[in-house]
Design a protein around this ligand. Structure first.
Ligand SMILES: [Fe+2]
Length: 400
C-alpha cells in the first residue's frame, strides 16, 4: 500500500499528494504475461473511458472503423453533430451493440460498460484544463493535418510509464532537453488524468521555431543516429506520408500573418491511453493502443493552426519524429529486457516518478477490484472450481 503525504503535490485543487517514500513498481510479469493482459482487457479497457479519436476525423470519414484495445468499433457523426459509437460483432457473437461516448473539446472518448460513470465524475477538473487554454486552442482555429499508426513491440504500460516521467529525458531526448528545462518537469496526478508541466528554455528552440527559414525533412535512414535501422525505416516511411500532407495542406492554405505567436499550452495524459498535447500552433494526440501483452500500436493525430507555414509544420514534424523514435527505441529495448526475466521489481522515485506511482496504483487497484468482484460473483452463483473459466485462472495470478 502506498502512503501519501498529507498535502497535494501542487496548489491545484485537484492535485493528488505524492508518496512519502519510494514505492515498489508493478512486477515485471505485469508487462509480459498474456494472462495479465487478458485481465486488463476486462478490468481496465472494458470499464474505463478510453480515447478513440478527434471528431475532426469523423468529419472526414464517418463511419470510422477502428480496433481499440482489441475491440472492433465504429464511430459516426450524425448530422446534428453528435457522436455515436458501436462495438462491432465479435466472432461467434450475434450482433453489434451501442457503446457510450463522451466528447470533450472534440476529443472523443468511449466506454464499453453498460452503465459507465459520467466522464465528468471520473475526470474532475479536466474540462477546466481545456478551458484554461482556450486562448491557445479552439477547435475552429485548427485543421486536422494527418495521422499515423506505428506498431511497437512493447506492452502498453511500458509506453505509458515512459510517457509519465521525464527522468529519462536528459539522456534519451537531447533535442527536447535543449528546448525544455528538465529539472523543472512536474507530473501532477489528478482524478483520471495527469498534467505535465515544464519550463521552456529561453535560449532553446524557440528562436528557430519562430523563423520561416526553409526546412528539410529529417531522414533518419540517411543520418548517423544509432537507432536500429528497422525503426529508422518505419519512422521515415510513416512521417514521409504525413509530411506529404503538409505540402498539400500548405498549397491549399497559404500562410497567414498572425498577430502573435501562440506559445505553450497543455500537456495531459488521460488514463489509460492518450497524451493530448497543445503546443501553441500544433495539437497532437498520441494514443497507445494495446494489441497484445507485448504489442502496442502508437497512433498519432496532428492538428495545425490555420495559416501556419509549410516550414513551421515541417520543423514541428521533425521535432516530433525525433522525440518519438527515441521513446520507441527505448520502449522496445525495455520490453526485451523484461522478457529476459532478470528484472523483477524496482522502486519509483516519489517525486520524479509521481506519474507512475499514481498510474501504476490505479492499474493495480482496477485489477484487484475486478478479481475480487469476479470471485464474489463466482461464490454467489456457486460455480464449481473445476468449471472455472480461463479468466479465473488468470485472476489467480494476481490474488493467489
Ligand atoms: Fe520520452
Amino acid at each position: 500500500m502506498v502512503l501519501y503525504k498529507n498535502e497535494p503535490l501542487t496548489g491545484h485543487p485537484c492535485s493528488r499528494p505524492m508518496a512519502r517514500e519510494c514505492v515498489a513498481t508493478l512486477p515485471a510479469s505485469y508487462f509480459s504475461d498474456p494472462k495479465v493482459f487478458n485481465l486488463e482487457l476486462q478490468a481496465i479497457w472494458s470499464r474505463e473511458w478510453i480515447y478513440a479519436c478527434h471528431e475532426n476525423r469523423l468529419r472526414m470519414t464517418s463511419p470510422l472503423e477502428m480496433t481499440l484495445a482489441t475491440f472492433p468499433i465504429s464511430l459516426c457523426l450524425s448530422e446534428s453533430g453528435s457522436v455515436a459509437g458501436s462495438l462491432n460483432a465479435l466472432t461467434g457473437k450475434p450482433d453489434s451493440r451501442r457503446i457510450h461516448t463522451h466528447v470533450l473539446n472534440g476529443f472523443v472518448f468511449v466506454n464499453f460498460s453498460d452503465a459507465p460513470p459520467p466522464f465528468e465524475s471520473t475526470h474532475v477538473g479536466l474540462a477546466d484544463e481545456f478551458k484554461s487554454v482556450e486562448h491557445v486552442f479552439t477547435e475552429a482555429e485548427f485543421d486536422f493535418w494527418g495521422h499515423l499508426s506505428l506498431p511497437g513491440a512493447f506492452n502498453w504500460k511500458v509506453f505509458s510509464d515512459n510517457y509519465n516521467e521525464c527522468y529519462h529525458c536528459p539522456t534519451s531526448h537531447p533535442q527536447f532537453s535543449k528546448v525544455y528545462k528538465i529539472p523543472s518537469y512536474v507530473v501532477d496526478a489528478r482524478e483520471g488524468y495527469f498534467v505535465h508541466s515544464v519550463e521552456e528554455r529561453q535560449e532553446g528552440g524557440k528562436a528557430a521555431a519562430a523563423s520561416n527559414a526553409s526546412v528539410t525533412e529529417l531522414l533518419l535512414t540517411e543520418s548517423n543516429e544509432s537507432f536500429p535501422m528497422e525503426a529508422k525505416r518505419l519512422y521515415d516511411e510513416s512521417y514521409s506520408a504525413l509530411n506529404q500532407k503538409i505540402k498539400e495542406y500548405a498549397k491549399a492554405n497559404p500562410p497567414r500573418a498572425r498577430a502573435k505567436a501562440h506559445e505553450g499550452g497543455l500537456f495531459v495524459h488521460v488514463f489509460p491511453n492518450v497524451g493530448i498535447n497543445v503546443f501553441g500552433d500544433f495539437v497532437t494526440t498520441l494514443r497507445w493502443n494495446p494489441a497484445s501483452h507485448e504489442k502496442t500500436l502508437l497512433q498519432l493525430e496532428v492538428f495545425v493552426r490555420k495559416g501556419v507555414s509549410e516550414a513551421e509544420m515541417l520543423r514541428f514534424s521533425n521535432f516530433l519524429k525525433w522525440v518519438e523514435i527515441e521513446d520507441y527505441v527505448l520502449c522496445e529495448a525495455t520490453q526485451k529486457n523484461l522478457a529476459l526475466g532478470v528484472y523483477q521489481v524496482g522502486v519509483l522515485h516519489p517525486f520524479r516518478e509521481n506519474g507512475l506511482v499514481h498510474s501504476q496504483a490505479q492499474i493495480r487497484k482496477r485489477l484487484v477490484e475486478y478479481v475480487s468482484q469476479e470471485r464474489e460473483l463466482k461464490e454467489k452463483v456457486g460455480k464449481q472450481r473445476d468449471s472455472s473459466t480461463t479468466l479465473s485462472e488468470e485472476s489467480g495470478t494476481l490474488l493467489n
